[in-house]
Design a protein around this ligand. Structure first.
Ligand code: ZN
Length: 231
């Protein structure tokens, strides 16, 4: 909590309390920071204001951003302005292994969009995005191995994700992890949730495990191929 002086719509300076503990990530460069607060403004007359906006400068990228605080407990007691969000927002780019980027640029792009939705508080729809990203990862991985697996690209595209995993993924670990991730991903798309004790962070963890195991397998296969004894 901090005390700040905020200017209301008539230019009067009012001392208010803001809960600014969560203003610690720059919405532009995403570095954890202690930003420099510059000025604060109320959207109405004194404490009748339900919103407070505060200007900050990020000490890392030196850019200005605005944090929005909403008044809580306005009926009696202490009036506090609680942090809601920072603007403008620039999505952060997750990093992907090179092998994954080369086999599925669509997975990287869809995953990045889902992450961006999550970071902007769109928690009810980002899970659908992560589920879609997983489907691209698995299908593009199978397409990259279609000759070895004797599979037809069109068939892979048309087959359900569950059947692609069950029938065509040969690595038992990848198969099991992808299957668990699909179950959790399906929970994000359906009205009824089967795994009530699991959430978005479990889904993301399983997608990461699947992605990293596919990457490790691809690295290992490359070494095996490079070092194959010549006949
Ligand atoms: Zn910054």
């Amino acid at each position: 909590m901090s005390k700040v002086k905020a200017r209301d719509i008539y230019g009067s300076e009012i001392e208010v309390i803001i809960d600014d503990e969560k203003v610690k990530n720059c919405p532009l460069c995403h570095i954890s920071i202690r930003p420099d607060g510059i000025s604060s403004f109320l959207n109405h007359v004194a404490l009748k204001s339900d919103y407070l906006q505060k200007i900050y400068r990020c000490p890392n990228c030196n850019m200005i951003f605005l944090a929005l605080f909403k008044q809580i407990n306005p009926e009696g007691g202490r009036q506090i302005y609680q942090f809601e969000r920072s603007e403008p927002y620039r999505p952060s780019e997750p990093s992907f292994p090179e092998n994954i980027k080369s086999i599925s640029s669509s997975f990287c792009s869809v995953y990045t969009q889902a992450k961006s939705a999550e970071e902007q508080g769109l928690s009810d729809i980002c899970g659908v995005g992560y589920r879609k990203a997983l489907e691209f990862l698995i299908k593009d991985y199978l397409i990259s191995k279609k000759d070895e697996l004797r599979l037809d690209e069109e068939t892979i595209k048309k087959t359900s994700l569950g059947n692609c995993i069950k029938n065509h993924i040969r690595d038992a670990k990848v198969q099991e992890m992808a299957e668990l991730a699909t179950w959790l991903g399906n929970d994000e798309t359906h009205y009824y949730r089967k795994f009530e004790n699991k959430d978005l962070s479990d889904l993301k963890e399983l997608i990461h495990l699947t992605m990293n195991t596919i990457d490790s397998n691809l690295i290992f296969e490359k070494h095996k191929k490079d070092m194959k004894p010549k006949a």
